[in-house]
Design a protein around this ligand. Sequence first.
Ligand SMILES: [Zn+2]
Length: 325
Amino acid sequence: MKKINISKQKLEKLYYEKGLTIFQIAKILGCSNTPILNRFKEYNLKTRTNSETKIKYNIPYKKLKELYCIQKLSCEKIAKIFNCDSEVIRKRLNKYKIRVKGQNEYPSCMKGKHHALKTKKKISKTKKEKYILGSIDKYIIPKKELKNLYYNKKLTFKKIAKLFNCSFAVILNRFNRYGLKPRDRKARIINPSKYWKNKKFSDIHIKNLSSSHIGKNCGKDHPNWQGGISFEPYSPEFNEEFKEEIRERDGRKCWFPGCGIPEAECLTKIPVHHIDYIKKNTYPENAICLCNKHNIQVNSNRKYWKRYFQNLMIKRMEEQYLKEK
Ligand SMILES: [Zn+2]
C-alpha cells in the first residue's frame, strides 16, 4: 500500500473545516480510503459519526431510483455523480428499499437465452445430489436394523429417530425407500396410560362418580339448552313424503361445507334439517339434507349456521332460476 504523506494540520483543515469526506480527500490525493483512515488513527483524529455523514449526502429517492432502476447505472457510477463512496449508495438503496441487484439475479449473459434440456437436467441432478447427500443420506440406517426395531421391538418412528439421533422425517424417508409396510392397526394402538393397566374403579367410587353427575349438564343446565324446543312436536307436514322430496332435491347428500357424503355412506336415510331450527316452519326452502354427524354439529353455533344455510339456499335458488331461464 502506498503511504500517503499528509500533515495532521492539512487533514484537519480538509476534513473539519471544509467538511470534505474521507472519500473526497482520498480522491484529491489520488489514493483509496484506507491510507487516509490509517492516517486518522495515527494522528488520533476523530471521524464523523454515521449520522453526521449521512446528512452530508443529499441523495433524493426519486433520482436514485431513476439512475439505478431505469438508467441501470452501477453503484460506482452513481457514487461518482453524487461525489461519494459507492458504499453510501448501497446503504441508501437499502434504506429506500430499492431492490439491489445481487447474485440471485440472472446473469446478463443469459438474458433472453435458455439452458438446453441437457444442461437443465444436469443442474437439477447435481442440486438433488447435493441436497440428499447433505441432509438425509448422511445417516446410516440399515434395513435389517430398522425392520427389527419397528416390527419386533415395536418402537415408534419417533423413538427410532431418537436412537439414530436424526429427525422423524429421515426415518420416514428410509422407511418408504426400503418399501416397508406399516404395522397392523391393532398393534399400533397405544395402550392407555400404564397406571390404569389391570386396574378398575372400586364400586363405591363408580357410584359416587355417577351420583355426582346426576342432574348436571341436563336440561336447562346444558350449555346448548334452547328453551325446550326439542320437545315441541314436528308439524304434520314434516312427513316421510316431504323428507323424500327434499332428499331428491338435494341429491341425497350432505350439504355441510366440505362434506358431501352420499346417503349410501350414512347409517340411516339422510336426515333433513330445519334451517331456522323451528319445527313448525316446514317448507322446502327451510329444509336441507345433512349427514348424521353434521346434523348434530349444527346444534351449536345456531346463529351462524342459520345464516350460512339461508344464504346457501338463496344461492341455489338463484342458480335454479337462471337454469330454468
Ligand atoms: Zn356431512
